[in-house]
Structure formats: C-alpha cells, structure tokens
Design a protein around this ligand. Structure first.
Ligand code: GLU
Length: 276
C-alpha cells in the first residue's frame, strides 16, 4: 500500500493535519507499505516557503518520514498541461470566460444544484471550441460527454461510515458535479486535475484524506478513467473539530502543531489529543 499526505503550504499545520498525516502513515505501515508527502503549492499567491519548511519540521517532529524529496506541485505544471491536452484531444473540454457575476446572473433559480466546487455550471460557454480559447479563459470538462464515454464510474471507500463500493451514474454526475473547471485562468490547472495526475505519478494505492473531500472523489475517479490512470481506493477519515464542533482551519493558530510543541507537549501527547 502506498499512501500520501498532501498539504498546501498556506498556513501552519493544525491538529486536523496531524490526524490525517498520522492516519495515512499508520495505514501504510500496517500494510508494510510506503508513506509519501506531496506539497500542493500551485495556489501560488497563498503559498509561502516558510510554511513549506514548517510542514517538514512538524511532520518530522511527529515522527513521520517519507521518501525525500517530497513531490512539489509547482514542479509539475508540464504534467498537468499534458493531461489537459489529452482530455482536449478527446473533445471533452471547452474554454470558459464566465465571471462570477455572469454565473450569478445565469443561475436564476437559487435551488439549482450545488457541487463540490459551488453551484453547478449553467452552461453559457459549453460547446465553444478549444481553438477559441482566449487569455484569461478557464477550461471546463463537458461532464455529459465525459460520462457518455466512461459510463458509470466506481471506487472503493475503506472508511466507515461510507465503506463499500460506490457507483455513480452519468445522470448523477451531471446533477451533482456538472462541468467542473480543469484549468483555472490564473494557475493553468486545478486542484482536481493536479491531484489525479500526481496520485498516479506517485503510485498511490490508497488516498487517505478528510471526509470533506469525499464529494470531490467522483470527479477524481472520472478523470482517472478518462486519462487511463488507475483508481486507488479511498479512505475519508473524520475531521478534527474544535469545542464548538467547527472543523479546524489554517487560521486556527491556537491548534497549530507548533503551538502544542512550544507548550511542551510531546508527539505522543499530540497523538492523544486527536484520539490516536
Ligand atoms: N491539498 C489538499 C488540502 O490541503 C488536500 C488534497 C487531497 O488530499 O486530496 O486540503
């Protein structure tokens, strides 16, 4: 088994990250496998070298190790371009110039569906030729065409309460996901495309991450299927919450791993705080 932890260096790691990294590491270790690290630093305006260094330091302090050097998404842009070109060659993508304001106006009915990335795209640019791409356009996946090509998609979840095989039909993908953005106009790729290309490149066989990303998994499995990449199994774990029941966010500095470290807690104390 090969698992990974894939943080973005946009803040200090908190207890939720500790739980996720320790879970991925423990699952690989229990299976005699390997744990890998990936720095998801494509959202460049928010990423900081100091946060990347803090990720290495905090994970080492927790007792984790991985094959060095860690993969960094900022080194991988050509691989994302190649995947995008592969999907474009299949006739499954189109350029989109819609602004947020355009989308709000097009989404007249507030009860329109919501997907993992927000409201389901209402379609003004669907059908545009890739040759009409202008600087500043995003690239979207035509979900109906994509699903016509693959048929229902499936993946295996290994964590309770969703453990089992999940099969998602084309009509459900159209309603619950819609035409997702594969390449943002600012970074030339998207979280979805990058994560799929990189999980395959790192040979990940089980993706361990928080349950907030369960809804995005169908997009990832669809992209794997279209790109001819293997589908790993998925393990979406519980989220660590604060006393008010809110999931921790990067701005919750009080729950940063470094804060507990500075306060004199040991790695074992930190594991105990997240129930490990
Ligand atoms: N980079 C993402 C995050 O920090 C995690 C991506 C993933 O595990 O698929 O939330």
């Amino acid at each position: 088994m090969i698992t990974r932890f894939a943080p973005s260096p946009t803040g200090l790691l908190h207890l939720g990250h500790a739980f996720s990294a320790l879970t991925a590491w423990a699952r690989a270790r229990a299976a005699g496998g390997q744990f890998l690290l990936r720095i998801e630093d494509i959202d460049t305006p928010r990423c900081r070298p100091a946060y990347e260094q803090a990720i290495y330091d905090d994970l080492h302090w927790l007792g984790l190790s991985w094959a060095e050097p860690a993969m960094r998404q900022s080194d991988r842009l050509p691989a994302y371009d190649a995947a995008l070109a592969q999907l474009a060659a299949l006739g499954l993508t189109y350029p989109c110039s819609c602004t947020r304001a355009d989308l709000r106006a097009a989404l007249s009915a507030p009860q329109e569906g919501h997907g993992p990335d927000g409201p389901i795209y209402p379609g003004p640019c669907r059908g545009r030729a890739m040759t009409s791409r202008r600087p500043g356009d995003a690239i979207r996946l035509d979900i109906a065409r994509a699903m016509a090509r693959t048929g229902p998609i499936r993946f295996t979840e290994t964590a309770a309460p969703r453990a089992g095989v999940h099969v998602i039909a084309p009509e459900d993908m159209r309603a619950s996901v819609g035409d997702v953005v594969l390449a943002r106009k600012d970074i030339g790729t998207s979280y979805h495309l990058a994560v799929v290309v990189d999980d395959a490149a790192q040979g990940i066989t089980e993706v361990v991450r928080g349950e907030d990303l369960f809804a995005a998994t169908s997009i990832h499995v669809l992209l794997q299927t279209l790109l001819g990449l293997p589908t790993p199994s998925y393990h979406h774990h519980r989220l660590i919450r604060d006393e008010a029941g809110k999931r921790l966010a990067k701005r919750d500095d009080a729950r940063a791993i470094r804060h507990y470290r500075a306060a004199g807690l040991t790695p074992a104390d930190t594991r105990a705080l997240v129930g490990l």
